[in-house]
Design a protein around this ligand. Structure first.
Ligand code: SAM
Length: 304
């Protein structure tokens, strides 16, 4: 369509730019020229809208039409219900990937699959609600993501195996050190009666508390402080999960664990990979330690 118009334009322009030359194929022009020569038109020729103007107008309309459609398409794609469906699909994919990773690391985990209750919780928690808005489209990738203040939300596979190895029971009371985004706390909250979570970076802790309350995780209580010392007033705990790398196992946390209780903690140098440990507490503050697999966490900070 446009080619035809431009061909036409070239023709008209050529015609109009050569005064005195009969304008082939342009009868209006020829008539006006004749009238001009006959003295009927004395003062110039009113500028006739050229086909450039017409073509521009039509292109304008076409562009507007295309832009309108694109805008409508974007509104449709980003509409809450379409996004929610997309996130549900991506979350299912994430769960499938975790299952595949568990199978691939079964020799470390000593199991081929995680507790179906844990996998259901992974499928239920809306991870996109726990990441900054510019990370939301990546929320269901099986990888850690930045959450600000130099911290990260852990990789979903790591959250799943740490939760599974704690063997959370419906009536358990669990302590988490390192609230971060609140995601791990939310996963635990789907599975146990009470979750207590401590974060050392105030803005992160406050943001997570608001988020958990908005998402109605009413069984999570949060606090700001150095989690190395645990939460004495709420001890003892059936399970403790530390989501930052410690140089050693904090004695206050062992004290606050019930006999028979389990703790998951990454231990090692803050600059190298650490070992994810499963600690089980026995009578008389004795512990047994099992190395699960090498991991990489942000460091457990504080003055301890
Ligand atoms: N569990 C978090 C989540 O689901 O988003 C991710 C935890 S992020 C890998 C580790 C968190 O531990 C950071 O938010 C960091 O500020 C926090 N942290 C580091 N040292 C801490 C300490 N001594 N007490 C409490 N929190 C600490």
């Amino acid at each position: 369509m446009f080619d035809a118009k431009f061909a036409d334009c070239r023709h008209m322009t050529d015609t109009l730019n050569i005064p005195g030359t009969p304008g082939p194929g342009n009868s209006t022009f020829s008539r006006r020229r004749r009238e001009h020569e006959d003295g009927k038109i004395l003062v110039g020729i009113l500028r006739k809208p050229t086909c450039f103007d017409n073509a521009n107008k039509e292109m304008d309309l076409t562009y507007r039409f295309v832009y309108m459609w694109l805008a409508m398409l974007c509104c449709w794609f980003y509409s809450p219900s379409i996004l929610a469906d997309e996130y549900t699909r991506e979350r299912q994919q994430m769960v499938d990937e975790i299952e595949a990773d568990v199978r691939a690391t079964s020799q470390y985990l000593r199991k081929e699959a995680l507790d179906p209750r844990v996998m259901k919780a992974m499928d239920q928690v809306l991870r996109h609600e726990f990441v900054p808005s510019d990370q939301q489209r990546l929320a269901y990738l099986n990888r850690p993501l930045p959450i600000g203040h130099g911290q990260t939300i852990s990789q979903p596979y790591i959250v799943a195996i740490m939760t599974d190895l704690l063997e959370p029971a419906p009536n358990s009371k669990v302590l988490e050190i390192g609230t971060g985004s609140g995601y791990q706390a939310a996963v635990l909250a789907e599975l146990v009666k009470e979750v207590y979570s401590i974060e050392i970076i105030r803005p992160l802790g406050e943001q997570a508390a608001d988020r958990l309350s908005r998402l109605r995780y009413d069984n999570v209580k949060t606090a700001i402080g150095d989690g190395y010392y645990g939460w004495e007033a709420r001890a003892p705990f059936d399970a403790i999960v530390v989501t930052a790398a410690a140089s050693h196992i904090p004695p206050p946390l062992i004290k606050q664990l019930k006999v028979g209780g389990r703790m998951m903690i990454p231990v090692g140098s803050r600059f190298l990979t650490q070992q994810l440990l499963l600690i089980t507490k026995e009578e008389g503050d004795k512990i047994t330690t099992r190395q699960i697999l090498p991991v990489r966490f942000v460091p457990l900070t504080g003055q301890h």
